[in-house]
Write a protein that binds this ligand. Structure first.
Ligand code: ASP
Length: 916
């Protein structure tokens, strides 16, 4: 029983001990209450955020209970703010945050400094004058330090390649900020500073700025006034395409600018914290959990910089209290304003706050313990797109520059999205093959872009519609000009002028990229390369000549050749008579001949030389050294002359002899008979006008002084004039246009090569946000071969019109008419006639001889010889021996042998005749 009793007591005691241990374990000493002062205008998000941050700190803290002692003071009322500060100091606070406007904050800072209560603010404050020493206990400012902020904006302006810009501000602080920006600006930049009047109509000022052609604006004003100013700018078309705005206000990215999206301006601003960061979202949940009489932001985007900094200020104070060393007895002291009393540990506590970095919504908060300014912060450049503001670059505080994070694809995606609802205005000019009016088919009514066709239309369609999926409409520039600067009117005309007046987004045609044009508008990469050349009309074909085969050699050469022929023949004859080797035994079987024979009488000599020069050779050849040498040289002469003749003959017979009046630009420049000109005001015109090359300068003087004017409105007029001028006018034109004309007009030709090298580009106003996208599209089309395809489509005619000799069929190249070679037939005919005459004379001479030898009448001999000659079946002629005479020697005379053959023929004839 006793045991049982003891056991029970033990159990009870054990239970008691365990319970006591549990109680002791759960026991917490009471938290020290820390009062933190805050001054806000009524009903601000900042107050909720500040209170919420303290509540969060309370939850996390084991030692302290943070209590917000709040006082209200309207914006800009430094008197009430000062009074509120006094009240807070009198009630005993360890630090004061606020108020959130610069004027009131300065008063509160002074009060706090006197009582040595740490003061924290989050407002922009101007950089202190260099001569001023920072106060011994500075007030901490979490707002980005003025100089660093301005420097970041200045660097962004430089990165954006702005060379001229306008700075618009509406209060004195804005002007100070601009001063800081301009201190870091490039000295080469041109800028203009203008003041806007808050709450009033600033349209006339904005209109004047637009008239100056300004496209870059830095706008500094309170967040709630940004929309008003931008609306006014939009009203006067100063918030249009090509305009770029940088909004200085760090809350600008929280604004809803969707209503101005049609303006299409490029809007950028800076932000110092990321709303989408999970840290910020966690804070938001915390704030939403907190019941408050003020409206809690529904979206993190609505959290202003002021609210975010209020959160970080609360965090900075609570963290400093938490982490304060043991020796700090953080106990607030009630100090009356105006009294000499101060918080003893105030300075140390302030110092501790400044040296105790935290990580808040605006990332790391590090304070400079001399100035009290925040030294490091994260800037991000935000750009407005259809989906709101997107980050395009991050500030690297250590390196002092922005890191741009967008790839080319990101840019074009964003652009495609941005320009989706826009119809691009594409300006062009009429001129084949780039753009011409389409001929409607039966009953067809053409509207919009269907009214046109040509290379330019296809190209812009490929770029805007196919590559970038954008809409466009083509319009024709009034005056159909390319674009030249009029010094009197101080204005650009044509396509360039149209772009400068912002009447179009893109200009496309055979628009040459020139330095002057490039200095006022932007160009894409060239889509076609070319150079200036000369368009001239071909010489009319020479009438075919009967004796054109004589043309390869001049008359002189023919005469020299004939003379050489006679000389060499004669020389051969003489040398052969001198050369012993050319005296031959007429009867080789007779070993000891009584006579030697020389066959190189003048007839045979001429025959050999004739055979050689006709490349036929001869059956008899000389044997003497000298004669062979002469013969060899004559063959060499014949070889060269025949080859030269053959080589030249083809050209002469095809009438392809080139007209040699103008072969190059120098030939054109050196003469005055043939006039020449260009398109008025085009790049070719400017090329000659501005050239430093003496030839071109001379040509320019000639062109300028020519009457009537040699300058024409367009290429078509130039081509027309060349065709009609009967070779009295040449047109200086771009090679691509010449190429196009030569495919269609066979009477035209290009003279000489290219005078220069340049390209056609698509022009657009400076700073067009679609420039990169359009440029990339051109490059892609070039790489894919599309540009070549387009060129072939518009340059090559459907049916080939001009077939040149080189291009034609092989047979066609050599085709010659009887007009070309008739002379050769004539020569052959005359030659044959002469041969026939000679043959007849020879025959008659022979008949005479026969008649004498055979003692026949002339007529008998004639008929006998004629009948025998016409007896084609007779292939052998009997030798008739003449009646023996004392003087005649039948054995040695060849003649006598032949005569006897004929005599027998005559006898036959006689018998035949008598029989009849
Ligand atoms: N394509 C030229 C231009 O852009 C016209 C020319 O001079 O031939 O001005």
């Amino acid at each position: 029983m006793l045991h049982q009793g003891i056991r029970d007591v033990t159990v009870v005691l054990m239970g008691l001990i365990l319970h006591t241990q549990g109680v002791l374990r759960n026991f917490q000493p009471p938290k020290t209450t820390i009062r933190i002062g805050a001054i806000f205008p009524r009903d601000t998000i900042s107050e909720v955020v500040f209170a919420s941050a303290l509540a969060q700190a309370n939850m996390e803290s084991e030692r302290y209970n943070f209590v917000m002692a709040v006082e209200y003071s309207p914006y800009g009322n430094s008197f009430t703010a000062s009074k509120a500060a006094c009240k807070l100091i009198a009630s005993g606070v360890v630090a004061i945050f606020g108020p959130t406007d610069a004027t009131s904050a300065a008063g509160v800072a002074a009060r706090a400094r006197t009582a040595k209560i740490p003061h924290i603010q989050a407002v922009w404050r101007p950089p202190p004058a260099r001569s001023l020493q920072p106060p011994s206990s500075p007030s901490i400012n979490l707002y980005p330090e003025a100089v660093a902020l301005s420097k970041a904006v200045a660097i962004f302006i430089k990165d954006s390649d702005w060379s001229t810009y306008t700075l618009l501000y509406d209060d004195d602080q804005g002007l100070i900020r601009f001063q800081e920006i301009l201190k870091h600006a490039d000295p080469e930049h041109k800028w203009l500073v203008k003041k806007l009047t808050p709450g009033e109509d600033n349209r006339s000022l904005l209109k004047t700025l637009k008239a100056t052609g300004e496209t870059r604006v830095v706008l500094d004003c309170a967040a709630d006034r940004v929309l008003d100013y931008l609306r006014q700018a939009n009203d006067v078309k100063f918030f249009e395409d090509y305009m770029s705005y940088v909004l200085m206000n760090l809350d600008a990215h929280t604004l809803d600018l969707q209503e101005l999206r049609n303006g299409m301006s490029n809007v950028t601003c800076l932000r110092i914290f990321d709303h989408s960061d999970p840290k910020t979202e966690a804070h938001l949940l915390n704030w939403q959990a907190r019941k408050s009489e003020v409206q809690i932001p529904k979206k993190t985007q609505q959290i202003t910089v002021e609210a975010a900094l209020a959160n970080d200020a609360a965090r900075l104070i609570t963290d400093a209290v938490e982490s304060a060393p043991e020796e700090f007895k953080i106990e607030a002291k009630e100090i009356e304003c105006g009294s000499e009393d101060q918080w003893e540990i105030g300075d140390d506590f302030l110092n501790h706050i400044m040296t105790n970095p935290i990580v808040g919504i605006t990332d790391k908060v590090k304070i400079d313990n001399v100035t009290g300014d925040r030294t490091k912060f994260n800037f991000e450049v935000m750009e407005l797109s259809n989906s709101g503001f997107n980050s395009i670059a991050k500030w690297d505080a250590d390196a002092g520059h922005f890191n741009y994070a967008r790839s080319a694809n990101d840019v074009s995606d964003l652009l495609a999205e941005k320009w989706q609802n826009k119809t691009f205005k594409v300006v062009s000019r009429i001129g084949a093959p780039y753009l011409v009016l389409r001929k409607p088919k039966d009953g067809e009514e053409l509207t919009g872009n269907d009214r046109y066709e040509g290379y330019s239309k296809d190209l812009i369609h490929e770029i805007l519609k196919e590559s970038l999926h954008l809409n466009y409409e083509i319009e024709i520039v009034p005056g159909n000009g390319y674009g030249s600067y009029n010094k009197e009117k101080k204005k650009w005309d044509g396509l360039v002028g149209h772009l400068l007046e912002r009447k179009a987004d893109l200009a496309i045609c055979d628009l040459t990229i020139t330095y002057d044009r490039r200095s006022v508008v932007d160009f894409t990469t060239p889509f076609m390369t070319l150079g200036i050349s000369i368009l001239y009309s071909k010489a009319p074909p020479a009438p075919p000549e009967l004796f054109s085969f004589l043309k390869p050699f001049s008359v002189d050469v023919w005469i020299y050749m004939a003379a050489a022929y006679l000389m060499v023949s004669l020389m051969l004859h003489l040398l052969a008579r001198l050369a012993p080797n050319d005296w031959e035994n007429p009867h080789p079987c007779d070993k000891s001949p009584e006579e030697l024979e020389n066959i190189w009488h003048i007839k045979n000599s001429c025959w050999l030389t004739m055979g050689s020069i006709m490349t036929q050779g001869s059956d008899i050849l000389p044997k003497g050294y000298s004669t062979r040498w002469v013969c060899g040289l004559w063959w060499f002469f014949a070889l060269i002359m025949c080859s030269s003749y053959t080589a030249n003959l083809a050209a002469f017979l095809t009438n392809a002899a080139m007209d040699d009046s103008i072969k190059s630009v120098d030939d054109l420049a050196m003469q005055t008979k043939i006039k020449y000109g260009t398109v008025l005001g085009g790049s070719t015109y400017m090329f000659f006008k501005k050239s430093n090359v003496s030839t071109y300068q001379r040509m320019w003087t000639a062109m300028e002084s020519a009457r009537p004017s040699v300058f024409l409105k367009n290429n078509d007029e130039g081509v027309d004039r060349v065709q009609k001028s009967k070779r009295q006018y040449a047109f200086l034109m771009e090679s691509t246009a010449i190429e196009y004309q030569l495919e269609r007009k066979c009477d035209l030709m290009q003279v000489g090569g290219l005078l220069d090298s340049k390209g056609y580009g698509i022009a657009m106003p400076f700073f067009s946000s679609y420039r990169t996208a359009v440029d990339n599209a051109v490059l892609k089309l070039a790489e894919s071969g599309k540009l070549v395809e387009l060129k072939n489509r518009w340059w090559k005619p459907e049916v080939e019109v001009c077939v040149s000799v080189e291009d034609g069929e092989e047979g066609a190249a050599a085709e010659l008419g009887i007009d070309n070679v008739g002379g050769v037939f004539v020569v052959l005919g005359i030659g044959c006639g002469i041969a026939a005459a000679m043959g007849f004379l020879e025959f008659m001479w022979h008949v005479r001889e026969v008649a004498i030898e055979q003692k026949m009448t002339q007529s008998e001999a004639f008929w006998a010889e004629m009948i025998f000659a016409l007896s084609f079946w007779e292939t052998e002629k009997p030798v008739q021996h003449s009646p023996p005479t004392s003087s005649a020697s039948s054995s040695t005379s060849k003649h006598s042998r032949t005569s006897s053959v004929l005599r027998s023929a005559a006898d036959l004839f006689k018998m035949d005749f008598l029989n009849k």
